[in-house]
Design a protein around this ligand. Sequence first.
Ligand code: RB5
Length: 147
Amino acid sequence: MKVAIGSDHGGFTLKLEIKKLLEELNIEYDDVGCHDESSVDYPDFAIPVAEKVANGEADRGIVICGTGIGVSISANKVKGIRCALVHDVFSAKATREHNDSNVLAMGERVIGPGLAREIAKTWLESEYEGGRHERRVNKIKQYEEKQ
Ligand code: RB5
């Protein structure tokens, strides 16, 4: 699995922690930035992550800002992206199993690094269940196709 990862300044420190986790899990990643805590604009990093997932350069994406909201809104504008903003472990598993989410968003100012690591690990290791969820995910895809 290859993961594209990006953050703004508000998510920079948590991104370092998640990159450490990816290394521990032996998961290859591509960090699209930002590369320090200077003030930047979250769409400039969330959209490139989402595009890499949408075009197949990465299997999954992780985007982080202060709240997780700006990056999740941005990532979800990219066709083919189902970005889930997650701040608990239950939802991390459920959004993979039910929504087949392909990008995970988190907010550094909302949760601590320990919980964020658990969320990311759970999300990376959970699989889409298909079945009854397929019809629902397909309705999202069909709507997207009409745009
Ligand atoms: C940046 O200050 C902050 O607005 C950003 O990280 C994010 O929380 C936006 O949704």
